[in-house]
Design a protein around this ligand. Structure first.
Ligand SMILES: [Fe+2]
Ligand SMILES: [Fe+2]
Length: 344
């Protein structure tokens, strides 16, 4: 405990210093010049301030007022030492932030009792701060655990869907990274980009509800079969919307809207333009670009240039122009993602 003593009278300072030095774990730090004492406080942090009232230039009340203005000294206990001062002076000192008073001449027993009270107050402050920090750490850890568990659940869900879906894990990796990249270039914040990355792989989870003969059909789907296929968007939405977290809600929105087209010719609702949630418009670009450029059992992957040409041709038709622009803005990163997540 650093006990700061500020008194213009050297004899008083000596007296206080001796009494403090005899208390447990207390180190006196003394100033006979109030301005120097304040300057010390700007750099250091005492645990208790003992300040005389009657001092030239800066009196005790003024000292306390300035002391309290220092952001790290707002809650440090303060005792003002007074002689015969009026009630007004004491009121002013209390207003300025004094916690207690000691009368001159100083009575040793009273001095020890009052000083010890203030030291106890200071120690309680430390304990409270430690406890608050300990609690905050605990909450942070618990929150991280919850988030981790949620990510895990989502991953398992998409893995389960993968068993039925001809689309691969590499596809999910690439399209989710493309989605985050577009979101970033559109100005999404760090946390929202992360949500985009984690929610977008769920876009086809609804395919767990699509019958095998349609899902795994080699040839072209008949119009009736295509109607059934379309239901995966709503099915995914119905599964994911039951999650209460924001991540699940975003995933549900993406599942519902990733097949909508900017000109209103998509499904399931035929929404157009900005009526389609932005995340759905983003995933549409990411998902289609990757579907085009990747190899499937029934087709070769398109060269990048050809896929980009397709995106350009579909600007304002299938795709939101601003999402296309955001995608093209970081083409080098697109290629890097494509290389990083190759088919197994
Ligand atoms: Fe889909
Ligand atoms: Fe996909």
């Amino acid at each position: 405990m650093n006990i700061l003593i500020v008194d213009d009278n050297p004899t008083n300072v000596m007296l206080l210093k001796h009494m403090i030095a005899r208390l447990d774990e207390c180190t006196p730090i003394c100033f006979t010049d109030a301005a120097k004492g304040l300057a010390w406080c700007e750099e250091e942090k005492p645990d208790l301030l003992l300040v005389d009232y009657m001092m030239p230039d800066i009196d005790g009340v003024d000292f306390i007022r300035r002391f309290r203005k220092l952001s790290h000294c707002t809650d440090i206990p303060v005792i003002m030492i007074t002689a015969e001062e009026s009630k007004e002076v004491r009121y002013l000192a209390l207003q300025a932030g004094a916690n207690d008073f000691l009368n001159k001449p100083i009575d040793k027993t009273e001095f020890i009792a009052r000083t010890n009270n203030m030291i106890r107050l200071r120690k309680n402050q430390f304990q409270l701060a430690n406890r608050a920090e300990w609690l905050a750490k605990g909450i942070k850890r618990a929150t991280e655990e919850l988030l981790q568990r949620e990510r895990e659940a989502l991953l398992l869900l998409s893995k389960a869907a993968e068993y039925r879906d001809p689309e691969t894990g590499a596809h999910l990796n690439r399209m989710s990274h493309y989605s985050r990249l577009i979101a970033r270039n559109l100005g999404f914040g760090e946390a929202e980009q992360e949500i985009m990355l984690e929610a977008s792989p769920m876009h086809d989870v609804g395919k767990v509800g699509t019958p095998d003969d349609i899902l795994l059909k080699k040839g072209r789907l008949t119009p009736e079969e295509f109607e059934v296929m379309k239901q995966h968007a709503i099915c995914g939405y119905n599964i994911l919307k039951q999650g209460s977290s924001r991540l699940m809600q975003v995933a549900a929105e993406i599942a519902a809207t990733h097949h909508e087209k900017f000109n209103g010719t998509g499904y399931p609702l035929g929404l157009a333009g900005e009526d389609i949630p932005l995340r759905g418009r983003i995933v549409a670009v990411a998902d289609v670009f990757d579907a085009l450029t990747s190899e499937r059992p029934y087709k070769k992957g398109w060269p990048v240039e050809q896929a980009l040409e397709f995106l350009e041709n579909e600007r304002g038709k299938h795709f939101d122009p601003q999402c296309i622009d955001a995608f093209l803005l970081s083409l080098d990163e697109v290629l890097e993602i494509m290389n990083r997540f190759q088919e197994q």
